[in-house]
Design a protein around this ligand. Structure first.
Ligand SMILES: *[C@@H]1O[C@H](CO)[C@@H](O)[C@H](O)[C@H]1NC(C)=O
Ligand SMILES: *[C@@H]1O[C@H](CO)[C@@H](O)[C@H](O)[C@H]1NC(C)=O
Length: 412
């Protein structure tokens, strides 16, 4: 525990620098050129080319526009390599967590990574990438590099705009309701959506890996940051900025920190996620080097509010006047998880070593959905798993994914 904390303080400094830097370098990052071709083959750049086609799988790139103007990159792996051509494949949407993008579902080998495993098991796989991530830095009118309004959102907007856009698109393309897999923030997006009784016309079931709703017991850097009201104050100053964990100042600090005796970079992962039991070290290194993705500072502030306040509710503008303007109420509306329809099929898998999705917080989540129909709820605890194990562990197929697949088949 003490070791985790030390790592955490390293991150505190990095977060601080990165936030300031987000403000100073906004505008200097080159705009990534990414041209998606609707449904036809794979473009030269993008997640299909980077992570899927090289393994011999078919892959299609799509652009999905949200109703507030963001252009999201969406990938489809329409079939497995074994060529399972059953007529109506059940569609599955994979929703990544915070500070990463959809590539995380594809980083391990095709025998180990969920994106490929689902395709090889007869599912039609759709990989979502939320606003602000590398291939979804696009908007009808706002330039992410020059217009800070591009970054004026928290996970409320992912719930209100990104998720409905992606689910609606996939449902339209496939003519079916979809199964959903979320990791981390991707689980929060689903829980908040279901608590408001939304998207039930598009969703068949949801598998939530490392579910987060309450964050009061988290032991990661973000938890420490939040407990000191640090993000809250910075948020007031830089509410509209990009948070880029890969900015030059942040990476210099990471390199410095990694070079200290007794510290190795694996600790960074541990600081953010808890001690992961079963990562491939090569993959973990790739993740740290290539994957950390931008999000908005406001999104992190919203998460920090969740940590600090112990309540799951919409973004708090911090004063009655602004909250009134947004919500017609002095306090942000609460997401009441007890309102998740009890007959909606839910699969939850959580880890005993997960520093973000702590056991105590998951227990609270479970107690709030205690009236759920037991026939529609499956819960598993993987004792040794940390936060990243659920997407990257080399043994996740045996421990988690096979169970998810059986669950989806049961409720298809
Ligand atoms: C092909 O897909 C169907 C429908 O999902 C599934 O029942 C079957 O087991 C799959 N076959 C193989 C070989 O994966
Ligand atoms: C770890 O990843 C490397 C590089 O992708 C791969 O060559 C190796 O086989 C993997 N090891 C395990 C145990 O999966």
């Amino acid at each position: 525990m003490a070791r985790r904390y030390r790592s955490g303080f390293g991150w505190l400094i990095i977060v601080m620098v990165a936030v300031f830097e987000a403000v100073s370098v906004a505008g200097r990052r080159p705009f990534p050129r990414h041209l998606a071709i609707d449904g036809v083959g794979a473009p030269k750049s993008g997640i299909c080319a980077k992570a899927v086609v090289k393994h011999g799988y078919k892959c299609q790139e799509f652009d999905v526009k949200t109703d507030d103007g963001y252009m999201l990159s969406l990938q489809r792996i329409p079939e497995g390599k074994v060529g399972n051509n059953s007529a109506k494949k059940p569609p599955v949407v994979l929703q990544h967590g915070v500070l990463v993008d959809g590539v995380t579902w594809l980083m391990n080998s095709p025998q180990q990574a969920l994106g490929f495993i689902l395709a090889d098991n007869g599912f039609d796989v759709w990989i979502s990438n939320v606003r602000g991530t590398r291939y979804s830095r696009r908007h009808a009118t706002l330039d992410p590099n020059f217009n800070p309004k591009f970054w004026d959102w928290s996970w409320d907007e992912l719930v209100d705009h990104d998720l409905p856009a992606v689910l609606g698109f996939v449902q339209k393309q496939t003519g079916q309701k979809v199964h959903y897999v979320g990791h981390s923030l991707g689980t929060l997006m689903a829980l908040a959506t279901l608590a408001e009784g939304k998207q039930l016309d598009k969703l068949k079931s949801a598998a939530l890996l490392s579910p987060i709703a309450y964050l009061s017991h988290m032991t990661t850097a973000l938890g420490i940051v939040a407990s000191r009201s640090f993000m809250g104050e910075l948020g007031q100053l830089f509410g509209l900025a990009e948070f880029n964990p890969m900015g030059p100042g942040a990476s210099a600090l990471v390199r410095f920190y990694c070079s200290q005796p007794l510290v190795n970079c694996y600790d960074f992962m541990a600081a953010m996620t808890g001690v992961n039991c079963c990562l491939n070290r090569t993959t973990a290194k790739d993740l740290l080097e290539h994957e950390p993705q931008s999000t908005s500072t406001k999104n992190l502030v919203h998460l920090a509010q969740t940590v600090r306040d112990g309540v799951l509710r919409r973004y708090n503008y911090g004063n009655t006047k602004d909250n009134m303007a947004h919500y017609k109420s002095p306090n942000p509306p609460v997401f009441n998880l007890a309102k998740i329809p009890p007959s909606f099929p839910l699969f939850l898998s959580y880890g005993g070593q997960d520093a973000l999705s702590d056991i105590a917080d998951v227990k609270r989540l479970l107690s709030e959905i205690k009236s759920h129909d037991p026939a529609k709820l499956q819960v598993q605890l993987i004792k040794d798993y940390g936060h990243a194990d659920f997407i990257l562990a080399t043994n996740a197929k045996d421990l988690v994914y096979n169970q998810v697949i059986s669950f989806f088949r049961k409720f298809n």
